[in-house]
Design a protein around this ligand. Sequence first.
Ligand code: OTD
Ligand code: ZN
Ligand code: ZN
Length: 378
Amino acid sequence: MIAAQQDCPFTPVYDNIERDDTMTDSIRELTILQPDDWHIHLRDDKALATTVAHAAQSFNRVICMPNLVPPVKNVDDAHAYRARIIQQLQASDLSAERKAAFDPRMTLYLTDNTTANDIEMAAKSGIVQAVKLYPAGATTNSADGVTDINARVDIFEALEKYNLPLLLHGEVTHDHVDIFDREKRFLDEVLAQIIIKFPTMKIVLEHITTSDAADFVLAQGNQVAATITPQHLMFNRNHLLVGGIKPHFYCLPILKRESHQKVLLDVATSGNPKFFLGTDSAPHATDAKESACGCAGCYSASTALPLYATAFDSVGKIDKLEGFASRFGAQFYGLPVHESTITLINTPMQVPTDYPYFDGSSLTPLMAGEMLPWSIKA
Ligand code: OTD
Ligand code: ZN
Ligand code: ZN
């Protein structure tokens, strides 16, 4: 099915970025502290057989998004979901060392019915790392999200009190707002006011896609940070739309214009600890993406580090990868960095064209079949 790419003019990502070779040419290997993924969708049940093994290959901690059907709404749901993930981890053929290192951290899905008591229980649970706010209808499985954010002040008070971070899908969802403007409108119309009212609440603006979001985060105190995905560092809306619609680049928030991509690369590689790794790896079966109404989400769990390394190297900043991937997120969440390491090597790898998924379906990863200049050293 993906054969369409052969007919589709495809620009290798690093061709559209001005390359600065001055510092990377001498570096052939890069050993960094073991990284964490602060935003991932592992899904549930049979999907976990694929996604957990892929994530646990490279990441120690992963923050598991709660947009299951039904969502993870309270601490009991979170315990049960974590147990299903661990069961799949144990059943995988990963090494004993990787199994011991993998630590899925849970999130609660904030709804109109979440109570302050739910937040208190979450903060004391030891497994819930944060609470996720989806404006209702913003992305996949967000129908149970919050319909009126300003009506949830009791929850924000509880988050502040218990120092539990609020993770935001930062887009407004009104039908009349252009899809390319939805992130900026959320910052201006919603988030700015929330921050004024709750100045000490820890907030992560997830998967930022615009220079507006980068500037917004830079203008706030240290309690506000952002994650950035590999696709938003490597691609822009031309990759999605020029020469044919490429459904495997379709995710939400949607890819923006190249000027935004460049700013995201700038801040991600700047060494500023407000910006850290969150893949937003979001699996959908290949036929659900290659469809007249294709699902949103890019799958990157298995090749995330080579993807990020490629993006950082494309601007001569591979030396900034360790902070972004392995230090800044832990720092924000108040967790220790890991002692183990992982080595990337400047040896090309081919991204698999697909992976087996559940019930005979397949999963097409981001950049399926393409060559990446960086790989993980065996
Ligand atoms: N974006 N797809 C999904 C989630 C994310 O907004 C997100 O976090 C998904 O499939 O769960 C997507 O495009
Ligand atoms: Zn989101
Ligand atoms: Zn997500």
